[in-house]
Design a protein around this ligand. Structure first.
Ligand code: G3H
Ligand code: ZN
Length: 280
């Protein structure tokens, strides 16, 4: 079924497990991810980013498809708008039935980020929709890797108290769109932020983090784990290999299936890994 983000993320935070949040660009992604979540027996977040909406030219066709996949699922599925800088798009997502939105004002001056996030929260909550916001900008969105940004724990606590957000994305050493998994997270900082902030924390740019790094981050207090590039890389590599081996194929379903099977298997593995208790 389709569920809201706050209740699922709060439950994961309470048990110190990670909640996998995977980016959907094509409807096939949503089908593959939900199939994987059912196999793993875990809740999942399907997220559509403002950039994906730009690619399609509109939110409604892809958004309605993702919502239909979520409603038919046998495990809890959140449908979330990712990295929205445009408040009108947030409104569109709420009207369409998304159960969660990220308003991303992380590149704005803190005062403006705080004021706009607060206004988004007031409206979204009146419609029963969860809100994620970001404080301290996680780099890499412009293609330049910059893992140097850091979120201050006290500032994070103040931001959450003043805005009423349900989840907070923080900068702790990751960077977006990495195609290798060597990012070093600042685990002490994750623990300090988790000690100050009572809402679940979100890790962006998780593709650059190794399996062990992810387990340590979850143990330190990270809850929602956003992954896009890592799965895109697996999808594209699998499709490329399949097409090279099957040069005569023209049916698009054949090669989509090769990509879908590969990302589905990886999501089953990741969800089990995020759910596993950390070593003590
Ligand atoms: O919001 C989406 C994530 O932060 C994805 O980042 O492509 O580096 O995994 P990634
Ligand atoms: Zn992100």
């Amino acid at each position: 079924p389709l569920v809201d983000l706050t209740s699922v993320a709060d439950a994961c935070k309470a048990e110190r497990s990670g909640l996998g949040a995977f980016n959907v660009v094509h409807l096939d992604h949503a089908e593959a991810f939900v199939g994987a979540a059912a196999e793993a027996g875990r809740p999942i977040v399907l997220q559509v980013s403002q950039n994906a909406v730009k690619y399609h030219g509109a939110l409604a066709p892809i958004g309605a498809g993702v919502l239909a996949v979520a409603r038919a699922a046998e495990v809890p599925v959140v449908v979330h708008l990712d990295h929205a800088e445009d408040v009108d798009l947030v409104q569109d997502a709420i009207n369409l039935g998304f159960t969660s939105v990220m308003y991303d004002g992380s590149n704005l001056p803190d005062d403006l980020n705080r004021a706009t996030t607060k206004a988004v929260v007031e409206h979204a909550h009146s419609r029963g929709v969860s809100v994620e916001a970001e404080l301290g900008e996680v780099g890499g969105k412009n293609g330049v890797h910059d893992p140097s940004a850091r979120t201050d724990p006290e500032a994070a606590a103040t931001f959450v108290a003043e805005t009423g957000v349900d989840l907070l994305a923080v900068a702790v050493g990751s960077s977006h769109a990495m195609t290798t998994r060597g990012a070093q997270l600042d685990l002490e900082l994750i623990s300090s932020i988790a000690a100050c902030v009572d809402v679940p924390l979100v890790l962006h740019g998780s593709s650059g983090v190794s399996d062990d790094g992810m387990r340590d981050a979850i143990a330190a207090g990270m809850t929602k784990i956003n992954v896009a590039t890592h799965l895109n890389k697996i999808f594209t590599t699998s499709v490329r290999d399949y097409l090279i081996e099957n040069m005569e194929v023209v049916d698009t379903r054949k090669w989509f299936q090769a990509g879908n099977a590969a990302i589905s298997a990886e999501v089953v593995r990741l969800l089990a890994w995020y759910a596993a208790p950390a070593p003590v």
